[in-house]
Design a protein around this ligand. Structure first.
Ligand code: CP3
Length: 351
C-alpha cells in the first residue's frame, strides 16, 4: 500500500506519527557514489555546483530518482555559509575544507562578517524554490542543513580536518572568552542561514555536529551544547522539525538530547535500542547502519539493516539512515536495493 502523494513519510515519522513503512534517506546520498554526480564533477568544482541553482537542483534530485529515498538533502557543504561571507576556504578532494587563514584570535573573529543570505547566496535560495516545485506531490521532503557551531568552529580554528583538535581545545581552555565570542558569532551566522533556508522552503533541518565526539561530556556541556541548543530551539526555524546529528557521542547522548532536535541521529557505535532508552521515547531517532557495511554483498547488507529495523520494533519515529555519510566506494545498486528492502519490510502492529 502506498500513501497519498501529498503525505510525507519522513515528516510523519519526525512527528512520531504512524507511517506505512519506515522512511529512509542517506547522509551524503548526493556524492561520489552516484555516477551522475561524478560526471558533473568532471566539469564543475564543488563550489561551482553550490553557486548555480540548476546544478544544485540537479545534484540534489539525483538520489531521489536513482535510489527512491524519502528525503532530498539540499546540496551544499558545511563551509558554504562561511565562503559566502568571504572567508577563503578551498574544498580539496580527499581532504575536505582547507581554511587559508585559520581563526584563533579576537582579531580573526572580526573577519567573520554577518551573513545576508539574499545577497550572499541567491543561487541556493533559488534552488530551494525550484526543488520544492520539482518535489511537489512526490511525498519526498526537502532537508536543509548547517554544521553545528562546534564542528564549524573546529574547521575554522584548525584550518582543516584534524585527529587531536589541538588548536580547538587549546583555545577552549586557554582563552574561553575568545571561544565563546567565536561560537556566539558563528551561531548568529548559522541561525541567519537556517532562517533563510526555512523561509525559502526547506521542510526539515539537520544540524551536523560531526566532531562533537571529540569532547569530554563536561566540555560539550559548557563549550558546545548552549550554541547547538540556541539553533535547535530558535524561533527563526518557525517550528520546522530538526534532526540533531553527531558521531562518537554515545558517552553523552543525554546531552545531545538536551541540546534539542525533533529527532536525534546516532552512529553505529550504539545500538538503536539502547540509544532510545537513553534519549527517551518522546523523540524520533535516526540511524544507524555503519556505512562501510554497504561494501559487503547485499545479503549481508540486508541482514544488518533488518537487525536495525528489529531494534526499532516498529516504534513510531524511526528514520532509517546510516551512522555517517555514504562512502564513495559504495555500489549504487546496494543503495537502491537497501531503500527497497527498508520500504518492503512490514512494520509490527504495535511497539
Ligand atoms: O549529504 C548530502 O548528500 C549533501 C551534501 C553535503 C556535502 N557536504 C557535499 C560534499 C553535506 C550534507 C555536507 C556536509 C559536510 N561537509 C560535513 C558534515 C557531514 C559529515 O560528513 O560529517 C562535513 C564534515 C563536511 C566537510 C567536508 N566537505 C568533507 C569532510 C569533505 C570530503 C572530502 C573528500 O574529498 O573526501 C567535503 C567535500 C564534499 N562535500 C563532498 C561532498 C559530496 C565530497 C565530494 C566532492 O569533492 O565532490
Amino acid at each position: 500500500m502506498t500513501e497519498p502523494a501529498a503525505g510525507s513519510r519522513l515528516l510523519d515519522a519526525l512527528r512520531r506519527r504512524r507511517v506505512d513503512c519506515t522512511p529512509v534517506w542517506f547522509m551524503r546520498q548526493a556524492g561520489r557514489a552516484l555516477p551522475g554526480y561524478r560526471r558533473i564533477r568532471e566539469r564543475y568544482r564543488l563550489l561551482d555546483i553550490c553557486a548555480d541553482a540548476d546544478l544544485t537542483t540537479q545534484v540534489t534530485l539525483e538520489p531521489v530518482h536513482a535510489l527512491g529515498v524519502d528525503g532530498a538533502i539540499l546540496f551544499a557543504d558545511i563551509t558554504t555559509p562561511l565562503i559566502a561571507v568571504g572567508l577563503e576556504i578551498d574544498i580539496v578532494e580527499g581532504v575536505g575544507p582547507v581554511v587559508e587563514r585559520p581563526i584563533r584570535t579576537s582579531e580573526d573573529i572580526a573577519r567573520i562578517r554577518a551573513l545576508d543570505p539574499q545577497a550572499d547566496m541567491p543561487a541556493q535560495l533559488q534552488a530551494i524554490g525550484m526543488l520544492r516545485s520539482e518535489l511537489s506531490g512526490s511525498g519526498v521532503a526537502l532537508i536543509g542543513f548547517a554544521g553545528a557551531p562546534f564542528t564549524v568552529a573546529s574547521y575554522l580554528i584548525e584550518g582543516r580536518a584534524t585527529r587531536d583538535f589541538l588548536n580547538t581545545k587549546r583555545l577552549m581552555h586557554e582563552a574561553p572568552e575568545v571561544w565563546h565570542q567565536l561560537l556566539d558569532r558563528l551561531t548568529g551566522l548559522l541561525e541567519n542561514y537556517l532562517k533563510a533556508q526555512v523561509a525559502a522552503g526547506v521542510q526539515v533541518v539537520q544540524l551536523f555536529d560531526s566532531w562533537a565526539g571529540a569532547l569530554a561530556p563536561r566540555d560539550y556541556r559548557r563549550f558546545a551544547l548552549p550554541y547547538s541548543r540556541r539553533l535547535l530551539t530558535s524561533p527563526a526555524l518557525d517550528d520546522t522539525p530538526t534532526i540533531h546529528f553527531s558521531t562518537g557521542t554515545a558517552g553523552f547522548l543525554e546531552l545531545i538530547r538536551e541540546a534539542g532536535g525533533t529527532a536525534v541521529s546516532v552512529d553505529w557505535r550504539i545500538s538503536l535500542d539502547s540509544a532510545w532508552a537513553r534519549v527517551g521515547q518522546d523523540v524520533a531517532l535516526q540511524g544507524n547502519l555503519d556505512p562501510l557495511v554497504l561494501l559487503a554483498p547485499f545479503p549481508t547488507v540486508r541482514s544488518e539493516a533488518m537487525a536495525i529495523l528489529d531494534a526499532a520494533r516498529g516504534r513510531p519515529g524511526h528514520i532509517f539512515n546510516l551512522g555517517h555519510g555514504v562512502h564513495p566506494a559504495t555500489p549504487v545498486e546496494t543503495l537502491r536495493q537497501l531503500v527497497d528492502a527498508v520500504h518492503e519490510r512490514p512494520l509490527p502492529v504495535a511497539a
